[in-house]
Write a protein that binds this ligand. Structure first.
Ligand code: MRU
Length: 377
């Protein structure tokens, strides 16, 4: 168990993390990503000069997490347009790079619509490329604003559920600045609690097999000076049993119209544990993650990842794409079950926190009303 005490004053602002940015050097426009497969040991940038490099970065999880996948998708369309590639082809490849996070296809479609509208209006591909870029930049800004509003709503909810303060929050996967134009979703709520002195401890699930909790959330928590403790996913049960968890805060990759929540595999077992131990299970996600076109949990496509992510320990040199070359954990030829996500039914979700407010209890009607309100503003 790695342990870290709160260090007041060490709050390096998550906005300083260079997650994704657009640059226009003389050789032509590029999209620059912080390569998340190399964290925490190295902060290395990945320069994408075309959409196919970005597709590869998405598949290998160099860039990952629902909101930033949407932002990346929109920039990917802009990149294809600015570099004179076939924009429709690039959009299709980007949209299908990973299936579960609805934000990816939303971001791609938004960039593509801006490109097509401008092309139809002006007949000028350069003007259309500029419009696609403006649309990606707007999405980037909007996500940062949504993140700040989710943090405020989430903090108010924690205080309402636990008026005494001193929250001990368990989180899974990574939901901070690395997944967002701002400070993230669930992590942003914990960070808001930390800033007002009400986060007693952030319990960080390591998140097998790709260790987004250990590699990324612990890295972000340390940068922010939060009191955090890392645990193996399978230690969560005894932590609940010991009465050490006041709330679970997680993000989402897609929320179906009935309130079913797809998130990193291991979220559903936490929801079951939380219910058994009478602990609130809170999902924090922007309204864009709610997909009215997906009726229920069974309709969510869950990405299946290659077995070697489970049977090997991957090093930065042996990344998810390509496979093999990692340190073997199991006999050669062992088959592995490796879904990237699982689905939590709405009845196990205490509340969904969005930038438009909190949904609790989680019902299709309240979710539909929230989406309608967001569309109207
Ligand atoms: O496979 P990943 O690392 O892309 O999975 C990410 C998650 O499951 C996050 O919890 C989710 O995208 C929400 S992030 C706000």
């Amino acid at each position: 168990m790695a342990d870290q005490q709160a260090r007041p004053g060490e709050d390096k602002r998550p906005s300083e993390i260079p997650v994704i940015r657009w640059e226009e050097p003389p050789e032509g426009p590029v999209l620059i990503l912080l390569d998340q497969t190399r964290l925490p040991s190295e902060e290395v940038e990945l320069v994408c000069t075309d959409a196919s490099a970005l597709v590869e970065a998405i598949r290998s999880l160099a860039v990952r997490g629902a909101p930033v996948l949407g932002i990346a998708g929109a920039y990917g369309v802009a990149l294809a347009a600015a570099r004179g590639f076939d924009v429709d082809e690039a959009a299709e490849a980007l949209e299908s790079a990973r299936p579960t996070a609805v934000n990816l296809s939303l971001g791609v479609r938004r960039g593509l619509a801006a490109y097509r509208d401008a092309l139809a209006a002006t007949g000028d591909p350069t003007a259309a490329a500029t419009a696609a870029l403006a649309s990606a930049q707007a999405l980037h800004r909007e996500d940062a604003e949504a993140s700040a509003r989710m943090a405020a709503h989430g903090l108010a909810l924690l205080d309402e559920l636990m008026p005494g303060g001193g929250h001990r929050v368990l989180t899974h996967c990574n939901t901070g600045a690395l997944v967002s134009g701002g400070e993230g979703t669930a992590f942003a709520v914990a960070l808001a609690a930390h800033r007002v002195g009400r986060l007693r401890r952030l319990w960080v699930d390591e998140t097998r097999p790709l260790l987004q909790g250990a590699r990324l959330t612990a890295w972000e928590a340390a940068r922010c000076g939060m009191a955090y403790t890392l645990l193996t996913d399978s230690a969560a049960g005894s932590l609940f049993a010991a009465g050490e968890v006041d709330a679970v805060l997680i993000g989402a990759d897609r929320i179906a119209a009935d309130g079913s929540v797809a998130n990193k595999v291991g979220s559903y077992p936490l929801a079951v544990l939380a219910r058994y131990h009478h602990v609130p299970f809170i999902v924090v996600a922007p309204v864009t993650t709610i997909d009215p076109d997906t009726p229920d949990g069974a309709s969510i496509e869950v990405e299946q990842r290659p077995g070697f992510e489970v049977t090997e320990i991957l090093t930065p040199q042996a990344t998810a794409v390509g496979g093999g070359g990692g340190v073997p954990l199991a006999p050669l030829g062992t088959q592995a079950y490796n879904p990237a996500f699982d689905v939590t039914p709405p009845e196990l979700v205490t509340a969904i926190v969005t930038e438009e407010g909190v949904v609790s209890p989680v019902t299709p009607e309240v979710l539909a009303a929230l989406c309608a309100k967001a569309r109207a503003t």
